[in-house]
Design a binder for this molecule. Structure first.
Ligand code: IMP
Ligand code: MG
Length: 176
């Protein structure tokens, strides 16, 4: 059996570039949320490494929660989103910053925004590490974007292919 690493074609974003950009995003967040009751909501599982680096650079009182969402694709290519973990913290009248690993079609982030909106937060903002603009199908605003990337399958720094590669310290692209 071939090892998953045989499928790694190249590095898209180095560890140094990731750390540099995460620090810039945190600086922006620090100045934008100075006087708010910030709740950071991470989408499981792809966001965990990015989020761990990001929140340690945010110099504000904040609370951290996670929401679980998975898409199950069937052979007709349509996919159904299923929530696998609900929020524990009450977000009513609070400022919520949703953090995701990658904005692709926009379906996932849009459904999470719609769901959290029903909980009456004061304001929802969104932060994604990566964005593939070429693939967007749903109008989904991202207030903070780490990197725009080409239409390739990205892995590493939390992002997976069939649950592999999450532990890479950089972002790589897979072979087709
Ligand atoms: P969307 O709903 O189409 O925007 O897809 C978003 C989700 O699909 C992300 O949270 C990822 O879990 C996954 N995804 C989309 N593109 C990639 C990729 O290039 N690498 C790894 N996961 C991806
Ligand atoms: Mg994911």
């Amino acid at each position: 059996m071939r090892s998953p690493s045989d499928r790694l074609a190249k590095t898209l974003i180095s560890e140094e570039k990731l750390q540099e950009r995460v620090a810039e995003l945190a600086d922006q967040i620090n100045s934008d949320f100075k006087n708010s009751n910030l709740i950071v909501v991470g989408l499981l599982t792809g966001t965990i490494i990015f989020l761990a680096d990001l929140v340690r650079k945010i110099d504000l009182p904040l609370r951290l929660d996670f929401i679980g969402v998975s898409s199950y694709r069937n052979n007709t290519e349509s996919s159904k989103l299923v929530f696998t973990k609900e929020l524990n913290i009450d977000v009513k009248d609070q400022d919520v910053l949703i953090v995701d690993d990658i904005l692709d079609t926009g379906k996932t982030l849009k459904s999470v925004i719609d769901k959290i909106n029903t909980m009456h937060p004061r304001k929802i903002s969104t932060c994604v590490l990566l964005s593939k603009k070429a693939r967007r199908e749903y109008i989904t605003p991202a207030d903070y974007v780490g990197f725009e990337i080409p239409n390739e399958f990205a892995v590493g720094y939390g992002l997976d292919y069939a649950e592999h590669f999450r532990n890479l310290p950089f972002i790589g692209a897979l072979n087709n």
